[in-house]
Ligand binder design. Sequence first.
Ligand SMILES: *Cc1c(COP(=O)(O)O)cnc(C)c1O
Length: 360
Amino acid sequence: MSRVYNFSAGPAVLPEEVLTEAAAEMLDYKGTGMSVMEMSHRSKAYQTIIEEAEADLRELMHIPDNYKVLFLQGGAHQQFAMVPMNLMKNKVADYIITGQWAKKAWKEAQLYGKANAIASSEDATFSYIPDCSDLPISEDADYVYICENNTIYGTKFHTLPNTKGKLLVADVSSCFLSEPVDVSKYGIIYGGVQKNIGPAGVVIVIIREDLITEDTLPGTPTMLKYKTHADAGSLYNTPPAYGIYICGKVFKWLKNKGGLEVMKAYNEKKAKVLYDFLDESKLFKGTVRKEDRSLMNVPFVTGDKDLDAKFVKEAEAAGFVNLKGHRSVGGMRASIYNAMPIEGVEKLVAFMKDFEEKNG
Ligand SMILES: *Cc1c(COP(=O)(O)O)cnc(C)c1O
């Protein structure tokens, strides 16, 4: 067996310990004589799995009692619609456009009401986070929406926007559990798990209880009402059962590591190795304004498309895979999620130094 250093933006690297454990339990989960994949989601064994997953997530994030945790399907994309369908009572919402995912969410919301783009960084290829200290928040806005970590462009909100008392909704797909969060500052925090937590197919929604109502937009399907899933403990219909089981293992892995404070320190140390090199390199350059840099996604370029392609190809041959930048920006991107060991980044930087010497 040989594992590569996988810098994919998502689906992405998972902790090796988790994969090993899952492999050992594949044929016989804890004496049940079956895999978790083969198990009824109404069984006692599965009930324990999903309850423990929720309890561990609550502990990791210090989720207050007045928030529900939902394990749903449909990807982050489904939340682009579920958020307005459930929250747009006045049919007005404000969106901060910091990249493709925020933009897609904004476009989707336009199907349901007046979705205003109140700030954007598109003028500079989303390479920075706009000043959000005094935005023209709409008086009747049902919520203010952000994509907190911009997976494609490598920016992160290090300060939450001043929503002037309005509800904040955040897509945290690519920074979920990378650092501590004050959940009480948000109405909804949601994210697809395939970036930093588990296998594709699960979306976690953390939602303040008072936002879960029957009062959704007319025609909202039963499956797209938060209330449906909250009332049923995420077991209204068959949930993405195996995916939730793996997420649960990752939560335990994070708890064993010492929780999100420890993870943050580790992620900062890890990202610094790469950013420090980018800042001193004569060949490679980071593309993001320094103060807005993400700890999770690090885009960089040489400034020469052919050299970028050569780098990606040679890196892959050396065991550093999925470094090609998103098709909308080009260049390279190293996604260095929780499960990427610091050795992976150190070795990547050594490889980059060597490449620079030969090609600089
Ligand atoms: C990957 C990603 C998405 C899209 O997720 P899907 O699960 O494919 O719908 C949305 N938002 C962010 C921030 C992402 O990183």
